[in-house]
Design a protein around this ligand. Structure first.
Ligand code: ARG
Length: 577
């Protein structure tokens, strides 16, 4: 139950304002002493021709503002403050959660709507770097968030598998390529010959022309060149698949840039027939002055297509194929202008579907206390970051297990290290607003007490272990609707219940603003509130059986919410730690 909306209903009955109007006016008082919800009465002073404090006074004794879960209603200046009965609140919220279980927070508001989420989109034959990981983690989480709200999600990976560099790779491979190396470590081998090509090109300029010819042949679909390109693509994809597997990510579709290159003549015809494709120094462009953007090149002077033309073709393809509700691009903020141009060209051409294209940008990735051997152009490869994170986590878990003398097998320690190690990297990407640059720091990201994946996973494991211990002692946790849940009325318990109550709303807000961090923040606040409660009160000791069962119910609820939250972020949990 959404208490705020219940409060809005009562206030709407009392005031005659619509429920929505009341809902958006309700404030959460900054101090607990001022109640749980506050309604600003100045909203009514004009219509009622009364001063706000007078209205507040009248509302505070209005019989319409009564319910079992309302403890008291008080006027304070121009506000009427509403105090919720904490025990009732806990009972209602936990009952809802315990009934729904893992479905808590799910809605069907997106039913019948298809959302395309394009994310990851690495470049064939190039290393998968930490920037690609940013889009991958965000896109993966957004996909799950949309799905939880009932949308049908199509996960698209717009591979960078087209362009003149493939002509170079073909030339290079014929001269210096190593078949075995290509099969074993494709990206490493392709990168090696690509770098070599650029070195050799300086001494043998004729290589440039050879590469150009190869690219031409590739464009016309010549058999040998196409076979090589296709092998580079397949082998790179195999390597990416390992990364996606580590992150638990899947795609519905790998239509990369090459897929759309065939569709560009149709785009050119369309833009020509609309009269907006003009000649500019031999190139064909669409002017975008009215959108305050530079012209978008569609065809270069040599007739070849560019990145933007392929993206224009891709929007049209996606619209025709999926009739999307939203077409989302999770791509770094430096490409904001590119997307503005692409969407503007389509808008200028009169396509309504351009309005539902969204660029979801994100910041840069930096490193505080880490050293990596960078491969090309100062790139940090995701695999290195993950491996190091797992290794460091292993040391911590191992040391902990030794110190606490816990009986935990080597195999389990390894499994935990993988989940926590990878989860820590994922969490760093989603813990703050996506537009902000992020800084990886081991000290911060592996702090088990900090705002980290380790903290969330640790709290989850703690709830699991409490529930296991209770089961061993034959104590069952409170079931949905049981009156013992009314006992959860202390400040600490109420804090947890209140944060759980806001969890579904956090998912909606995350979807609305395409910001997974809102789910991360809510989940971590719940974990923190639970630990505060746990540190101040015991769950299983004492003699009050009903209280034990009520607190176990709270523990189970927190366990479920952390499981849902981490799952929405793409982080996996462990049963014990
Ligand atoms: N492959 C590009 C890169 O690595 C990102 C592609 C983004 N998606 C798109 N539809 N343009 O920078």
């Amino acid at each position: 139950m959404d208490f705020k909306s219940e409060v809005a209903l009562l206030l709407s009955n009392a005031t005659g304002l619509t429920r929505d109007a009341v809902y958006s006016a309700i404030e959460i008082p900054p101090q607990r002493e001022l109640g749980d919800y506050a309604f600003p009465c100045f909203l009514l002073s004009k219509t009622l021709r009364k001063a706000p404090p007078v209205i507040a006074q009248e509302l505070s004794v209005d019989p319409a503002l009564t319910a079992v879960w309302i403890e008291k209603v008080q006027a304070a200046g121009g506000y009427v403050n509403i105090y919720i009965d904490h025990g009732q609140f806990s009972k209602v919220i936990l009952t809802d959660l315990l009934l729904k279980g893992e479905d808590f927070g799910k809605t069907d508001e997106g039913a019948g709507k298809t959302v395309i989420i394009e994310f990851s989109s690495p470049n064939i034959a190039k290393p998968f770097h930490v920037g690609h990981a940013f889009t991958t983690v965000l896109g993966h989480s957004l996909s799950r968030i949309y799905e939880t709200l009932g949308y049908k999600v199509v996960r698209m990976n717009h591979l960078g598998d087209y362009g003149t560099q493939f002509g170079k790779l073909i030339t290079a491979f014929r001269l210096w390529g190593d078949e075995t190396a290509l099969r074993e470590t494709p990206i490493k081998e392709l990168l090696r010959i690509y770098v070599k090509f650029h070195e050799e090109e300086k001494i043998h300029p004729e290589l440039t022309q050879d590469a150009r010819d190869n690219f031409k042949r590739l464009e016309y679909g010549a058999e040998e060149e196409t076979a090589l390109w296709s092998a580079f693509r397949e082998l790179s994809l195999k390597e990416f698949a390992i990364i996606y597997d580590r992150l638990g990510v899947q795609f519905d579709n790998y239509n990369g840039e090459s897929f759309y290159s065939d569709r560009i003549p149709a785009v050119v015809d369309m833009l020509t027939s609309k009269g907006i494709l003009i000649d500019s120094e031999g190139a064909k462009v669409v002017m975008l002055d009215e959108y305050k953007a530079p012209p978008c090149i569609i065809l270069k002077s040599d007739g070849t297509t560019i990145y933007a033309s392929r993206d224009i073709a891709s929007v049209l393809y996606r619209w025709e194929t999926y009739h999307y509700y939203k077409n989302i691009y999770v791509v770094g903020s430096p490409q904001a202008l590119h997307f503005k141009q692409v969407f503007s060209v389509l808008d200028k051409a009169g396509y309504e579907c351009a309005k539902d294209c969204v660029h979801v940008g994100f910041g840069l990735v930096k490193f505080a206390d880490m050293k990596f051997s960078t491969r090309e152009g100062n790139i940090v490869v995701l695999d290195d970051l993950l491996n190091e994170s797992i290794a460091k986590t292993y040391e911590i878990i191992k040391a902990n297990a030794l110190a606490r003398n816990t009986e935990i097998s080597e195999e389990e320690i390894k499994d935990i290290s993988v989940r926590v190690g990878i989860g820590s990297v994922i969490y760093t990407y989603v813990k703050s607003g996506r537009e902000r640059d992020i800084t990886f720091s081991w000290e911060e990201m592996l702090d088990f007490e900090g705002d980290t994946a380790a903290y969330l996973i640790y709290t989850y494991a703690r709830t699991r272990s409490i529930l296991r211990k209770a089961a061993e002692q034959g104590i069952s946790s409170a079931a949905a609707g049981e009156d013992c849940l009314l006992l959860l009325s202390s400040e600490d318990e109420y804090d947890v219940a209140r944060l759980i109550c806001d969890f579904p709303d956090a998912i909606k807000k995350a979807q609305n603003s395409n910001e997974p961090f809102m789910v991360a923040r809510q989940t971590s606040q719940i974990a923190r509130a639970f630990n505060r409660f746990y540190n101040n009160s015991s769950i299983l000791s004492g003699t009050d059986e009903l209280q034990k069962r009520a607190r176990l119910g709270l523990c189970e609820a927190v366990c479920t919410v952390i499981s849902i939250g981490t799952n929405l972020l793409g982080i996996s949990v462990v049963e014990r730690m």
